[in-house]
Design a protein around this ligand. Structure first.
Ligand SMILES: Nc1ncnc2c1ncn2[C@@H]1O[C@H](COP(=O)(O)OP(=O)(O)O)[C@@H](O)[C@H]1O
Ligand SMILES: [Mg+2]
Length: 385
């Protein structure tokens, strides 16, 4: 169906021109209805019929007669535009904009342009669905980057450990980097999670990166991300790095001594300037991430052997937490054992009253070397179960 005109207006000098205007009005994606100065319908386009259900029968008739509450004739009187008028019939919903048509200061008619809301609803429903999916993904991501432990869950009354508690609890509000040293399994990650959870950053991501587990050539792009120009064989691929994902939160760099010398220098720059640059990109991005680094090795010794970048060491070493090995705090072993048994019981389907530990076994556990520290003790208890 083409545009329907009743009584050709004088502006159309030839049949061809009428055809041309027909095509124009026809191709418009909005519904259009025009009335003349008497309020008679002069034109409607197919989209108008589709949106409102009003057919071409209305042509030549007074709009008011057909539709008593129509506001378009009012615009002939007051010459005012009406924007976004909401209309609802049985199964249709649409919005109408109305305007007078003025030639030489004289109102010669009025035009009504309408948009269907049914489609808008469809889009908004689709949008709602997508944003729910996004929220779900965000929740999943959130739990992926969440710190579980708090200070209350860290067991130990040994003086050395108490010193670590005291220092750690006092630096939660600072943004300075922290260096945690201690043998494997002493609780370095545990403390870093507790620090994060007590800081203002607790509702933001906590991301743990093991610098040993990621190959050094990949580590830079994992940490800082990459832009389009990063890899010649991978075109138009961009990825945010862990620093960006951890923004406003905390990043835990475990076994920092295994980071390449090159990357150590880049990390120092990030700590100093609080900006990161994705691999293959020129632009720098502001970043607000607290860095907690950990290592089981003696960094000072590595610095002296030129195996660790001294300026980075100096920067990290400002707040230093040194966790004593388990064999030096044997008085903490009973509490740890009871707590580990307790959590093993909650994960075990068997009768909990079966499990006790006698003095002799406890003394034996206290005399053991525990080179794997609390992690090893935990494994032993779990293995016993
Ligand atoms: N003081 C502690 N109290 C309770 N659990 C601990 C303690 N120290 C370590 N653990 C447990 O031992 C395991 C190893 O701790 P983790 O923080 O990963 O050690 P590290 O990072 O030093 O290798 C974890 O399961 C942790 O929950
Ligand atoms: Mg660890």
């Amino acid at each position: 169906m083409g545009v329907l005109f009743k009584n050709h207006s004088k502006v159309f000098s030839s049949e061809k021109e009428v055809e041309w205007w027909n095509a124009v009005i026809n191709s418009i994606n909005d519904g259009i209805l025009v009335i003349d100065r008497q309020g008679l319908v002069k034109l409607i386009n197919p989209e108008y019929t589709r949106i409102t259900g009003v057919s071409s029968e209305i042509l030549g008739k007074p709009l008011r007669e057909y539709h008593p509450s129509a506001q378009l004739p009012d615009t002939l009187e007051d010459k005012k535009c009406r924007i976004g008028v909401y209309r609802k019939t049985e199964n249709r919903e649409y919005m109408v904009d109305m305007a007078p048509i003025i030639v030489n200061d004289e109102v010669i008619g009025a035009v009504s342009v309408c948009k269907s809301l049914t489609e808008v609803h469809r889009f908004s429903q689709e949008l709602k669905k997508q944003s729910e999916k996004l929220k779900q993904l965000e929740r999943q991501m959130g739990s992926l980057y969440e710190a579980k432990y708090t200070f209350e869950q860290i067991i130990g009354k040994h003086t050395g450990l108490k010193g670590v508690f005291y220092a750690a609890e006092n630096v939660t509000e600072s943004d300075l980097p922290i260096l945690i040293t201690g043998e494997s399994g002493t609780g370095k990650e545990l403390f870093s999670q507790a620090i994060h959870n007590k800081s203002d950053r607790k509702d933001q991501p906590f991301i743990s990166v093991n610098c040993t587990a990621i190959h050094s050539t990949l580590l830079e792009s994992e940490l800082f991300g990459y832009g389009e120009g990063a890899f010649t064989n991978v075109k138009k691929c961009v990825k945010a790095g862990l620093f960006e994902i951890a923004n406003h939160g905390t990043i835990f760099l475990d076994e920092i001594c295994n980071m390449s010398y090159d990357l150590q220098a880049k990390l120092l720059k990030v700590l100093q300037e609080r900006k990161i640059r994705r691999v293959g990109e020129m632009i720098e991005r502001d970043i607000d991430v607290r860095v907690i680094a950990a290592t089981h090795r003696d960094l000072h010794h590595l610095v002296n052997k030129n195996q660790f970048f001294r300026p980075l060491f100096d920067r990290l070493n400002v707040i230093r937490l040194q966790i004593p090995p388990l064999r030096e705090r044997t008085e903490d072993i009973p509490d740890l054992v009871y707590s580990l048994i307790q959590s093993a019981i909650t994960h075990s389907p068997t009768d909990s009253s079966m499990y006790t530990i006698d003095e002799q076994t406890l003394r034996f556990l206290q005399s053991y070397e525990w080179s794997g520290n609390v992690r090893e003790l935990k494994n032993v208890i779990n293995y016993a179960f």
